[in-house]
Design a protein around this ligand. Structure first.
Ligand code: NAP
Ligand code: MG
Length: 498
């Protein structure tokens, strides 16, 4: 697949068929009211297919199916080793369908098919495999009580997990939520973003083929205000895992308060700082990674390193390097393996990004980029854009733009850099570049972020927890800590004659 040419991908795209119904109780079904919405390819404007638009009645049917499956116990009470076998099969099926899954995400939301085929889809297989392999290696606890008492502390699945995901990494976000939840024995009802429902529906097909029992994994495509709200307010959803914007994360916490007080686990926005100190020994690498940190996935990444703090002595040299690197990220057809950046997900997001850029022309120095462009006369694309000398209070430095727009802010001292980096409502990720080991530890300790990467950006793996502080949310995806969200602690206390 890595040697697929542009023509190979285009040929595959031309013959691709799309799952476009909801997946409820083990069957693909239309929405109860028959409603559908357009699924649009932002690189061409073409309607790929029309997808079932689920409403409260469909969400309710999915939750009922999920509850029924949970209570039946074929999955929830199966030995962990049995769930492991099924989820390993699912990981294999994802690998067997890698090209199709990669194409679905690329066509649906504009990301580079090469990235989807080398990062997103293999990542999904890896995460399912990782949780499958983990689940029969976790032991419960026995409390240190005295003789005559045996207190078992068990981790039990919470029941029906609602999952609501964004469009920037459609398959991976669906996976991050469902792999751990399913491995732990829960049933899942997933609502993918309206912009990118196709890979989640394919995942449902593959899960069924792998042997996930009917009703255990359900997908209800639809809009946030209808399907998402119905899931958030549902009285029989036991926990709600959300990835998306901070504003909508807060709405889900309100839904919980208005309904059954379900725990809500929000993974939300970010405005991640990247700090470059003048004692960084490899400025070339720092610049390359800084460019990757903002331009990868068109900047539509929650942990994108969108604030670049550079020590004043090296700032101009560094910005020159960044401008040269930005030139290599010019947007191109997402299906062309030589393209370095894809299309923006939709018109609204493109307009939002351009709004920040237009305002920034007056408030900061535009170094490069700044234009909305087309590729072969079509599609929604934004040039890789860098603003220099951005004021600390400028929206460019404070708000999540979610596009290929970098704000450079000079600093003089370590204290000043840390203070500016931390003066944000967000706390998802941060990066630090320095060759001074003490400074690396000191700054990493001081930064308010769920993940601090030292001499790299966006470090992430199945083995390490991912999530935010402050208004970037709470709870963690990935690693064994993800099970904290999808399991409840149950104490079973047994009296016996000592
Ligand atoms: P979004 O607008 O918050 O949407 C996320 C999900 O919530 C979508 O499925 C959406 O459905 C649904 N939704 C929207 N409004 C709703 C409502 N009133 N009630 C119930 N559900 C509702 O976010 P997005 O634009 O898709 O994604 C971008 C955001 O995600 C960024 O802020 C980014 O930082 C964040 N993100 C965070 C992480 C992380 O791990 N921290 C990872 C990736 C992305 P619709 O599609 O119908 O709107
Ligand atoms: Mg789309």
């Amino acid at each position: 697949m890595l040697d697929f040419t542009h023509d190979d991908w285009k040929a595959r795209a031309a013959t691709l068929t799309f799952r476009n119904q909801a997946f409820i109780g083990g069957r693909f079904v239309d929405a109860a009211d028959g409603d559908r919405f357009d699924c649009i390819n932002p690189a061409t404007g073409a309607v790929l297919t029309r997808v079932a638009s689920c409403k409260a009645a469909d969400v309710d049917a999915a939750v009922v199916a999920a509850r029924k499956a949970f209570d039946a116990g074929h999955w929830s009470r199966a030995a962990p080793g049995e769930r492991k076998t099924v989820l390993l099969r699912l990981a294999d099926l994802i690998r067997a369908n890698l090209a199709e899954l990669a194409l679905l995400d690329s066509l649906d939301m504009g990301k580079l098919v090469t990235d989807a085929a080398t990062i997103d889809a293999p990542g999904s297989a890896h995460f399912f495999q990782w949780y499958a392999e983990a689940v029969d290696k976790i032991y419960d606890e026995v409390a240190p009580t005295g003789p005559g008492d045996l207190a078992l502390i068990r981790r039990v699945p919470v029941g029906v997990v609602g999952a609501v995901t964004p469009w920037n990494f459609p398959l991976d976000m669906a996976t991050w939520k469902s792999a751990a939840a399913l491995a732990a024995g829960n049933s899942v009802v997933l609502k993918p973003a309206e912009q990118s429902p196709l890979s989640a529906l394919k995942l449902a097909e593959l899960a069924a083929e792998a042997g996930v029992p009917d009703g255990v994994f359900n997908v209800v495509p639809g809009f946030g205000e209808t399907a998402g709200q119905a899931l958030g307010l549902h009285m029989d959803v036991d926990c709600l895992a959300f990835t998306g914007s901070t504003a909508v994360g807060k709405v889900f916490m309100q839904y919980a308060g208005r309904s059954n007080m379900k725990p809500v686990w929000p993974e939300t926005g970010g405005k991640s700082p990247n700090l470059i100190f003048d004692d960084c020994g490899n400025l070339e690498q720092a610049a390359e990674m800084a460019a990757f940190g903002i331009f990868f996935n068109q900047g539509e990444t929650c942990s994108a390193n969108s604030r670049l703090y550079v020590q004043r002595e090296i700032k101009d040299v560094f910005v020159d390097k960044m401008a040269a690197l930005a030139a290599s990220y010019q947007p191109g057809d997402p299906l062309d393996p030589t393209s370095k950046m894809g299309a923006i997900v939709d018109k609204a997001q493109t307009e939002r990004i351009m709004g920040f850029i237009e305002a920034g022309r007056d408030s900061a120095n535009l170094v490069c980029g700044g234009r909305q462009v087309t590729v072969s006369g079509q599609g929604l694309y934004v040039e890789p854009t860098i603003f220099d000398d951005v004021a600390h209070g400028d929206p460019l430095a404070r708000e999540e733009i979610f596009g290929p727009v970098l704000s450079v802010i000079p600093f003089d001292t370590e204290e000043e850099a840390v203070a500016m980096a931390n003066d944000s409502v967000y706390g998802l990720a941060a990066s630090v570049w320095t060759d001074d080991l003490s400074r690396a530890h000191r700054v990493a300790d001081a930064l308010h972020a769920g993940t601090v990467s030292v001499n790299t950006v966006d470090a992430l793996s199945a083995q390490t927890p991912f999530g935010g502080m402050k208004q970037s949310g709470f709870g963690r995806d990935l690693s064994l800590h993800s099970f904290d969200k999808y399991t409840a602690l149950k104490t079973i206390w047994i009296k016996y004659r000592p």
